[in-house]
Design a protein around this ligand. Structure first.
Ligand code: PMV
Length: 334
């Protein structure tokens, strides 16, 4: 089954023509506490394992989509060239939802995540685009279906359809109809995410290629599915009991294990910079001083911190260059 057939399966006869002038939506970005690393199906972005994330509150993408004379992508107020990689990916995604090429669309997306934070904007971007298309075409799809569609844009976008803690089920179905994310109902108002602002240049290697290489060449990768399974159980328990030490140490260990499988790949994949290690050592030293402070990292050199409100002032003192996110600022995500 290819992406077009999978999209058709989800939409099952619903409108393919705009039902209103424009569609609008917001989707938050998310950071995985138990990572998605490795695809079992590259065309449909079906993961080898489940993964679990936390959304970044009001950091994310605001997107408007409307019929236009030609396909256009405006990102943070600037139109990208049609042959830009980001435009090509966005247009290939909207191709899944239009028959023929008669319908052209203008996508206007504002992403309010600081570039230097190294938080993937593709998760929020593809989730917001999916929600905006749902609005434009009047699909009224359930979150589960929207998650399946967003996943075909970018895997981690499956977890950005609704806010809060999200569990993306790996699923077994070859068409991916059981591979979607759904909210974990718990909230945690005192939980904080710290984005340490480092400079990020162009990535040496994209996550798609790095995942493929890891899965294909790392002997350690064999241990990864079991590790993620156990970590998800531990993180769920930590969320239920609001235990920052279990949450933090499980998320930190999960992220470091993911990077260990990359180092074990050939040719090796190393996203870390000297500053990355400096931040890690600083966090470990602060932990020695009894701060409940932990890290997580994705496919880049940037470090994200996990802690609670109780340690927030100590953390901002230690990291003046930090943006603190409150995932549950508005209380219940519903
Ligand atoms: O959504 P993608 O294909 O860019 O993959 C993201 C992978 C990680 O950010 C490294 C982990 C995750 O679960 O988000």
């Amino acid at each position: 089954l290819n992406r077009f057939e999978a999209a058709r399966h989800v939409l099952d006869g619903t409108a393919r023509e705009p039902q209103r002038e424009q569609g609008c939506a917001f989707a938050p970005s998310n950071i995985a506490l138990c990572k998605y690393w490795g695809k079992r199906n590259e065309e449909l972005n079906l993961p080898v394992t489940s993964s679990l994330s936390i959304s970044l509150g009001d950091l994310g993408a605001h997107t408007t989509v409307k019929p236009a004379e030609k396909d256009r992508l405006i990102l943070n107020g600037r139109e990208l060239a049609a042959n830009d990689k980001i435009s090509e990916r966005a247009f290939a995604f909207i191709d899944l939802f239009r028959t023929g090429t008669a319908l052209r669309l203008e996508i206007d997306s504002t992403i309010n995540i600081p570039v230097a934070a190294g938080v993937a904007s593709s998760a929020a971007g593809f989730a917001a685009l999916t929600l905006a298309l749902d609005d434009l075409f009047g699909w009224n799809l359930a979150p589960r279906q929207l998650s399946i569609l967003a996943r075909m844009g970018s895997g981690s976008a499956a977890r950005s359809i609704t806010p809060g803690f999200m569990l993306w089920h790996a699923g077994n179905d070859e068409q991916g109809m059981d591979s979607y994310a759904e909210p974990i109902q718990e909230t945690w108002p005192t939980l904080r995410i710290g984005l340490v602002l480092l400079c990020e240049g162009e990535k040496a290697i994209g996550s798609r290629e790095a995942m493929k290489r890891t899965r294909g060449t790392s002997a350690l990768y064999q241990a990864w599915p079991r590790k993620v399974y156990e970590d998800i159980t531990a993180v769920r328990h930590a969320i239920e009991t609001r235990d920052i030490d279990i949450l933090g140490r499980t998320a930190e260990s999960n992220a470091l294990a993911m990077h260990a499988t990359m180092l074990d790949s050939w040719p090796p994949v190393l996203y870390w910079q000297a500053e990355t290690i400096e931040v890690l050592r600083k966090v470990w030293a602060l932990r020695e001083e009894d701060l409940s402070l932990y890290i997580t990292m994705d496919a880049g050199p940037n470090v994200k911190l996990l802690f609670t409100e109780a340690d927030a002032s100590a953390v901002s003192e230690a990291f003046p260059n930090i943006q603190i996110v409150t995932p549950f600022a508005n209380g219940d995500p519903d």
